[in-house]
Design a protein around this ligand. Structure first.
Ligand code: PMP
Length: 771
């Protein structure tokens, strides 16, 4: 609806008498400009107010809605600089003045200090403030409900802009063509997108003549709630940005700062950010179109409308000159979306070539050709060619790739604070408490690091300090990390070159391939006894035993079902030798083994140290050593220990989130039940496939040992490599493990389901058949 109302012109004396009677208002009256109301400033003893005599034809519902909106905002965000409504003496929202047979609605509002901004320009800081103010206004109106704004038909309502299309023909030819192009884009792209945008009652018309500024040059008030509509929230920002752009200003900067300010209060949705520039053009083009409509109806443009009208088309041309692509990128950046989509290599080949150039010729990656993975979700990985793979291998994304609860915890904490443990931080305390709470028997001292290697390195240092000894025990073919000290515990790194005079390697308790078989008696004790001569050697060479470090899942040994009593018998021997036991829970912890939260509990032992890494942060670097307080205190008596990133707020938030997910989704039990189900399916394949020599494991750590003949147990290493590649073709990712590389390592995220297990078993079946 085109506004054809002109302000009423009643004698001031009539208004003053009414104001005194209905509102108790007295003071000095000064007339103010108004588009369709007769307005006065009234300066009285108690301050100034604006007295608005509205046109009798102005819809009562629209005025009441304005009054209610102002009262709503006063409660929702009391410090927002918008006028307050003054009720009548009888507590009515509106007054009503009867004069010469007509009934005029009246609204009285508090006077806001500041000057109308008009043609004055805002600094970048003030533009940012303005953006934030707009967002606060949107938030304050979010819960406001009224039917009037949705029902009214306003010519300025962007949702109705296509109704102005016929006016394009009335504009000068070039302007008309540009206007038609903008409207066509709106019809085809933006209007459909707007249907899905968050919508509410909005101010709708924040422009420089509805904005006040104070001495500091900042916007100090927003007035005129006469154009409220129900529409996409983004319109408040788009309309204001359109109106605050000025041909003499820096359009890019104005846009960037306003969006940045808005974003600081209410993050934009991506569709909103992408539509903003188009909506700004629409707002700008509305002025000449409405002007054309007005002239066609014999209404003369006046006041600030004229100055807007004069600059609208030049402003659009300026935006075009700056480049819509560039400006959209700028808006995206201000709204914290990447200004351009990340440059994914188009093909795996291109990615490999790029990687070689900057990361070295030797690739050290899985599969040939390697997989180029671009996305992960739950137990699924997606490659750049769009193919999905069932991830039966990765234990880092312990609770599923990109678990939304964890990623959100990381993002939320990253937005709030991320610093180190030299300050007292709630997240590190909570995470330490949670870890200690999960670790029984006096393991209550937690030290944070960033990886499994660091955790093991630190535990080893503590063990040496506490025992005064320097020798260690590790499993043959173990892996515990990358540091120099831990490389000594990791013979699998380079079996031929392993050399560590202070370390002895324990023969793995491998009941399939080792010296003692599954059907023999006292297996645990017999395998543990193999440690005796090694301990004796360490003592004889003067090293003694400072610690034994063992992975409860025996992962690198091919995922062994260690016989009952084995680990306890080792721990007893180590303790008797005056050493400590380090339970490396990088593989076996966090419920993977299904029978307990920590893998060592599956074996019933109590360690002196628990070390963690990999799964703790679901992909975010998190590492910790959990030990007894006296061991930590003794270590710290030699000097301080501090890890810059260890225990940072984001890492701890990630760690806490992972613990929440494991608890809330019942994942320890899932690992137990799904793991058993998976092994059942795999064992059943033994009937068909003689290559399978053994199926073993606990929880969701499963090993399938492949042999050329079941009797001689000749390791089928080359076959395993080929099988893994066939499985990749089947869309299933499984790893190879063990000293002979002949064990399928099935170690998926522990959200793995029975359905996933079915897919994996079927794929192994088909791949074996093809082999
Ligand atoms: N311990 C074990 C048992 C591991 O499997 C690993 C890594 N695979 C590590 C320690 C080392 O952890 P990180 O790579 O985080 O240093």
């Amino acid at each position: 609806m085109l506004n054809t109302l002109r302000p009423p012109r009643l004698p001031a004396s009539v208004l003053q008498a009414f104001a005194t009677a209905a509102y108790g208002l007295e003071g000095r009256w000064t007339p103010l400009e108004g588009e369709r109301d007769q307005n006065f400033r009234v300066e009285g003893g108690a301050g100034s107010v604006v007295f608005k005599l509205c046109h009798p034809e102005e819809g009562e519902d629209v005025l009441l809605c304005q009054a209610e909106a102002l009262e709503h905002i006063a409660l929702a965000d009391p410090s927002l600089p918008v006028p307050r409504l003054l009720r009548t003496r009888e507590r009515n929202l509106l007054g009503h003045l009867e004069h010469e047979g007509r009934r005029y609605p009246v609204m009285v509002l508090s006077w806001l200090e500041g000057r109308v901004l008009g043609e004055d320009r805002l600094t970048p800081e003030a533009l940012r403030d303005l953006g934030a103010l707009l967002a606060r206004l949107g938030l304050a109106l979010r819960g406001f409900v009224s039917g009037a704004p949705a029902a009214r038909s306003l010519v300025w309502d962007t949702r109705r802009v296509l109704g102005l299309a016929p006016q394009a023909a009335l504009l000068p030819e070039e302007d008309g063509a540009l206007a038609a192009e903008i409207l066509a884009r709106h019809r085809d792209v933006t209007a459909p997108a707007m249907r899905r945008m968050r919508s509410q009652i909005i101010h709708g018309d924040v422009h420089p003549y509805n904005a006040l500024h104070g001495r500091d040059g900042r916007v100090s008030g927003i007035i005129d709630f006469g154009d409220m509509v129900h529409g996409p929230l983004i319109l408040d920002l788009a309309n204001a940005a359109g109106d605050f752009l000025h041909p003499s200003g820096d359009a890019a900067e104005t846009l960037f700062e306003m969006v940045r300010g808005y974003q600081s209060v209410t993050p934009l949705e991506e569709a909103e950010a992408d539509a903003l520039l188009d909506l700004i053009e629409v707002r700008l083009v509305m002025t000449p179109l409405i002007d054309a409509l007005k002239s066609a109806n014999g209404i003369e443009a006046q006041g600030y409308f004229e100055s807007f009208n004069g600059r609208s088309m030049p402003m659009i041309r300026e935006l075009r000159r700056l480049g819509p692509g560039k400006l959209k990128g700028l808006v995206r950046r201000a709204a914290t979306f990447p200004s351009e989509p990340a440059r994914h290599a188009q093909t795996a080949e291109e990615a490999i070539a790029r990687r070689r150039r900057v990361m070295g010729e030797k690739l050290y990656v899985f599969y040939d050709p390697p997989l180029h993975i671009v996305r992960g979700e739950g137990v699924w990985l997606t490659a750049s060619d769009g193919r999905r793979y069932l991830d039966c291998y990765n234990n880092v994304p312990h609770v599923g790739h990109c678990h939304p609860y964890v990623t959100e915890a990381i993002a939320r904490q990253a937005r709030t604070l991320n610093t180190n443990t030299r300050y007292i931080t709630d997240q590190s305390i909570e995470y330490a408490e949670r870890l200690a709470g999960l670790s029984a028997e006096g393991l209550t001292a937690v030290v944070f690091v960033n990886s499994g290697s660091e955790a093991n390195d630190l535990a080893w240092r503590m063990a040496k300090a506490f025992t005064g000894k320097s020798g260690g025990l590790a499993m043959d073919f173990a892996y515990h990390g990358v540091s120099e000290a831990i490389d000594a515990f990791s013979p699998s790194n380079a079996p031929e070159h392993w050399h560590a005079p202070h370390i002895r390697l324990l023969p793995p308790p491998d009941t399939y391939r080792g010296p003692y078989g599954a059907d023999e008696l006292g297996l645990g004790a017999r395998y543990a006894a193999l440690a005796d001569p090694l301990i004796a050697e360490l003592e004889a060479t003067g090293h003694g035993v400072a610690a034994a470090m063992i992975d409860s899942a025996f992962m690198t040994n091919g995922i062994l079902d260690a016989p009952e009593g084995y680990l306890q018998a080792i721990v007893d021997r180590v303790h008797r030798a005056g050493g400590l036991f380090i339970a490396d829970e990088v593989q076996s912890g966090f419920g993977r083994m299904g029978t307990a939260f920590w893998g060592h509990r599956h074996h019933g032992v109590t360690p002196d140290f628990i070390t963690t890494g990999k799964p703790a942060g679901n992909g975010h670097p998190v590492g910790a050593v959990i030990t007894r307080p006296e061991i930590l205190a003794h270590f710290l008596s030699f000097g301080p220990f501090f890890s810059t990133f260890g225990g940072n707020n984001v890492a701890c938030a990630a760690g806490i989130a992972v613990l929440d997910v494991i608890r809330d989704e019942g994942l320890v039990e899932n690992a137990r039940a799904t793991g058993a189900y998976l092994r059942q399916g795999l064992s059943a394949l033994m009937v068909k496939h003689p290559l399978i020599g053994d199926v073993r494991g606990v929880g969701l750590a499963t090993g399938v040992e492949l042999v050329r003949d079941r009797k001689g147990k000749e390791p089928a290493g080359a076959e395993t490599t080929r099988l893994l590649s066939l499985l990749r073709d089947e869309g299933v990712l499984i790893g190879g493990e063990g000293k002979f590389g002949n064990v399928l390592k099935i170690r998926p995220p522990i959200v793995f389901t029975r359905g996933d297990a079915d897919i994996a078993v079927a794929a192994v079946d088909r791949a074996l058949a093809r082999l």
